[in-house]
Design a protein around this ligand. Structure first.
Ligand SMILES: *Cc1c(COP(=O)(O)O)cnc(C)c1O
Length: 395
């Protein structure tokens, strides 16, 4: 059995015990037929809403890479978060979420979750002192619901902590070991969105997280041709999430799952290349004479640059790029740029955006597989364009 990451990746699509090549088939069907009642009663695949061989292959590949007991492939990264939260939480539970998490994750937790009686609070979960203070307060609130201490453990409201292992767009890396230790002290359940680094760079379950979610749409799929997600964790939690996802229609489609497992077969080599290009670009940006602030980490192929000239500087840089495309996604084969203030963080009030460190002059780059020299030509052009005055750029 393959157990090293590169070997798991290479075998993605045929990890569920099928022979290597038949396992790569696409089961593009909504329903299966049966010989007998016994047959249907013992069948894993009956009707596609409950899963297909392809969604199981996708779930298995990510579960193995994350070192999880089990996985569930979902319609999207958002589907994974929704399945995770709705299968664990009940009315009265309290979610402490990272304040600068992915915009739509934040909207789900802010708009939808409270309608089911789930309370959400947005804090800087990455800051262990802030987290511990908030956990202490939730525990106090929890134990004095209706003015009395709740009697039995299973009547207690749960506390769920949600964060991204690497934040967007400031690429801050979470100290998962310390965060999970504090969560355990207060009996909180830790869910980590591990989309940015992929399990090849960070494995949150091994550092004490309880559940991990992914937007497979990004680096795992890797070709900007599908939308899917995965959640992984203990068999107990994934069984609950799978049942919920079957009822709510959240399970990944066969075609997207099939594309995703093909994408994962090359994940290891794509990441190796994108990460070495990212490190080289970071080195060159830091050597540049143009005043700028760079956010980057060796753990993911994402970086953000605070350009001179604020909004105008960012706008001039974006228009100056020739090869790098302006696209509001990430993790594909080509290098793309986005402007967080106008896209992913548009709905965040300016004061809060500032607290997150997201400025008008910030652009975010997702580093692809092109030659580093070609990417550099564009980035350097962008840096100069941002630094140029309006007048010069008009000439
Ligand atoms: C894109 C993204 C999501 C949502 O995933 P979808 O597949 O678009 O639903 C969640 N978290 C992060 C960090 C993302 O980048």
């Amino acid at each position: 059995m393959a157990n090293k990451d590169a070997s798991i990746c290479a075998k993605a699509g045929s990890l569920c015990g099928n022979s290597a090549f038949s396992g790569k088939a696409l089961w593009q069907t909504s329903v299966y037929d049966f010989e007998s009642l016994e047959d249907i009663n013992s069948a894993r695949y009956v009707y596609r809403r409950y899963g297909s061989p392809n969604s199981d292959e996708l779930a298995k590949a990510v579960a193995l890479l994350e070192g999880a007991q089990q996985g569930l492939a979902t319609t999207s990264g958002m589907g994974a978060l929704v399945a995770a939260i709705l299968s664990i939480c009940k009315a009265g539970d309290h979610i402490l979420a990272q304040f600068d998490c992915y915009g739509v994750s934040r909207e789900f937790l802010e708009i939808d979750a409270p309608r089911f009686g789930i309370k959400t609070q947005f804090i800087d979960v990455h800051n262990v002192q802030t987290l511990e203070f908030a956990l202490k307060n939730s525990v106090i609130q929890r134990e004095t619901v209706n003015g009395s201490t709740l009697p039995a453990e299973n009547n207690k409201n749960n506390i769920i902590v949600f964060l991204e292992s690497v934040t967007n767009p400031c690429v801050r890396v979470a100290d998962l070991q310390s965060i999970s230790t504090v969560c355990k002290m207060y009996g909180a359940f830790l869910i980590v969105d591990n989309t940015f680094p992929t399990p090849l760079k960070i494995k949150p379950l091994k550092q004490g997280a309880d559940m991990v979610i992914h937007s497979v749409t990004k680096f795992l799929g890797g070709h900007s041709d599908l939308v899917a997600g995965v959640l992984v964790g203990s068999s107990h939690h994934i069984e609950l999430a799978s049942k919920l996802a079957g009822r709510w229609g959240l399970i990944a489609a066969p075609f997207d799952s099939w594309l995703a497992t093909k994408g994962i077969t090359t994940l290891q080599v794509r990441m190796e290349r994108a990460l070495s290009t990212t490190a080289e670009l970071a080195r060159r940006i830091l050597c540049s004479s143009i005043p700028r602030k760079l956010n980057w980490t060796p753990d993911c192929a994402m970086m953000s640059i605070e350009l001179p000239g604020g909004l105008d500087g960012a706008s001039r840089a974006l228009s100056s790029f020739k090869m790098i495309k302006f696209a509001p996604s990430l993790g594909g084969t080509t290098t793309t740029v986005s402007h967080p203030v106008s896209t992913s963080h548009k709905s965040v009030p300016p004061a809060e955006r500032e607290a997150m460190g997201i400025t008008d002059g910030m652009i975010r780059l997702s580093i692809g597989l092109e030659d580093v020299e070609d990417i550099w030509i564009d980035i350097e052009r962008g840096l100069f364009a941002a630094a140029a005055t309006e007048k010069t750029s008009d000439c």
